[in-house]
Design a protein around this ligand. Structure first.
Ligand SMILES: Cc1cc2nc3c(=O)[nH]c(=O)nc-3n(C[C@H](O)[C@H](O)[C@H](O)COP(=O)(O)OP(=O)(O)OC[C@H]3O[C@@H](n4cnc5c(N)ncnc54)[C@H](O)[C@@H]3O)c2cc1C
Length: 456
């Protein structure tokens, strides 16, 4: 027997749960179909012997109205731990040393990360013509800001995408910055103009990173409450017959008028390719390993959020979060906690190493940057099953394909990991738009090309 629901959402990760939440707010009920035996998707908190880490996201910024709305709606805004970027140092590894990133204009002028020549070259952006074609982030940064900014851009991109900025597309990753560049002829001029327009309207301050005392999973478990979720139901095929969608799972059949595919890009492509062939069968993903490391009080962890290392530093780890400083209470008293990221798009071969070897090489790497006189008290290697979708050069064509699918197949809505970005804020924003489109019986409004500040 087929179960009918007016709206069916495939995927009970953050995207699916947030879409259901915003639909509920608009007075529309939905059914969520989930392959696994738990909700939350890649969001999962690790807890063992008084240590708490994350399999997936470690934090998201409090600078997106849709996410703030969601947190207020579910009563988690006040419960969230806020780690303000303005209060903490962030470090870049350069020539084997951790150097604090500048947080003010004076500090930018003084920073040893870029020479005076390099700083003047950044200003040349004011006279550069807009870069016409889509290009890789590396090529674009080199053209606009010069050679010396490349390692900083590299670190920022590996910190968010675990990606390779010589492959990621500037148009796909930073559409807002590209729009600004085309509109005003220069990124710097555009940013100055924006700042002037905003002055008086809002205080310009750095946002805070959010997580919850019980870990990120608190968000998805709270969001799941009261939702109609069918767990252990793996969607195997989808058929459209007239106005109705028929969804076949390994646990039964469903039908609906509106179908929301809230899945990572590759999982959605698998189920939708039979309707219209996509420009690529799959996009690359970047898998990482997270080494959770508890350190004795004698370890001198620098004050701050953590560090990132550009590829040219040739280090084993992409970077580390100083979790015990960002979000206290995740390790026993006086024990420092680091979460160290390995692998990513550039080094999938490191994921094939044994846990013992990963721990050995990670310890060796970290000890060169942070004084750790005594051995770690705790180490665990977390190997998340899924990678981070990479928005590389074919991504704009993929977005066109999605647009065509949603236009030609009324009632189909596609959001989720890797479509409109990869961060939690991107997912919540897109979920709200998707819910509005379902309610209005139309297509999701295109994402605004907003300038997302880059925080390391
Ligand atoms: C290791 C890692 C670290 C990250 N760090 C950060 C961070 O620090 N900050 C940040 O903002 N973001 C971070 N992210 C990104 C963030 O986690 C994602 O934006 C978000 O969780 C994606 O949610 P989603 O629901 O779109 O996808 P998912 O979480 O992947 O959920 C999709 C769901 O669909 C289900 N599913 C798949 N196929 C089927 C099928 N055929 N039938 C039924 N169900 C199916 C899956 O089981 C899953 O539950 C990170 C991601 C990863 C992987």
């Amino acid at each position: 027997m087929e179960i009918f629901s007016d709206v069916i959402i495939v995927g009970a990760g953050l995207s699916g749960l947030s879409t259901a939440h915003f639909l509920n707010k608009l007075g529309t009920a939905s059914t969520i179909i989930e392959k696994t035996n738990r909700q939350g998707g890649v969001i999962q908190t690790f807890k063992e012997q008084g240590f708490q880490g994350e399999w997936g996201p470690h934090g998201f910024l409090d600078n997106t109205p849709e996410s703030q709305e969601l947190l207020h709606d579910i009563g988690l805004y006040d419960e969230a731990q806020h780690a303000p970027l303005g209060d903490f140092h962030r470090y870049i590894c350069r020539n084997g040393r951790l150097i604090s990133l500048p947080q003010s204009l004076t500090a930018v002028l003084k920073t040893p990360l870029v020479s005076w020549h390099g700083k003047l070259r950044v200003l040349a952006d004011l006279w550069k013509r807009p870069h016409c074609e889509n290009s890789t982030i590396a090529d674009w940064v080199y053209y606009r800001f010069g050679q010396e900014i490349l390692p900083l851009a590299d670190a920022a991109i590996s910190g968010t995408f675990a990606g390779d900025f010589t492959r990621l597309s500037i148009d796909a990753v930073m559409p807002g910055v590209r729009a600004l560049e085309k509109e005003t002829g220069s990124v710097l001029r555009g940013l100055i103009k924006k700042k002037r327009a905003a002055s008086g309207k809002q205080l310009s301050h750095l946002p805070a990173m959010l997580n919850f005392p019980e870990g990120m999973e608190k968000l998805t478990t709270t969001l799941s409450a009261g939702k109609n979720i069918k767990l252990n139901s793996w969607v195997k095929s989808i058929v459209k017959d007239g106005d109705l969608w028929h969804i076949q799972t390994d646990a039964g059949s469903f039908s609906c008028n509106d179908l929301v595919m809230a899945l990572p890009v590759n999982q959605a492509l698998k189920l939708l390719a039979s309707f219209k062939a996509p420009p690529v069968a799959a996009i690359p993903t970047a898998k990482i390993v997270n080494v959770v490391m508890g350190l004795p009080a004698s370890a001198r962890i620098p004050y701050g959020f953590g560090y990132l290392a550009p590829e040219e530093e040739g280090r084993f780890a992409i970077g580390a979060m100083f979790t015990s400083q960002m979000f206290p209470g995740r390790s026993p008293k006086s024990v420092g906690l680091l979460e160290i990221l390995i692998g990513g798009r550039r080094h999938p071969e490191r994921l094939a190493l044994s846990d013992e070897e990963i721990i050995r090489q990670t310890e060796m790497d970290i000890k060169q940057l942070i004084p750790i006189p005594e051995p770690p008290l705790f180490t665990r290697v977390l190997r998340p099953e899924h990678g981070i979708p990479q928005l590389e050069m074919d991504h704009p064509a993929l977005l066109e394909w999605r647009h065509k699918m949603e236009t030609d197949l009324p009632g189909l809505h596609i959001c989720g990991f890797g479509w409109d970005g990869i961060g939690m804020n991107d997912m919540i924003k897109s979920a709200k738009k998707t819910a509005a489109a379902v309610k209005a019986g139309g297509r999701r409004q295109p994402e605004d090309a907003v300038v997302k500040p880059v925080y390391f």
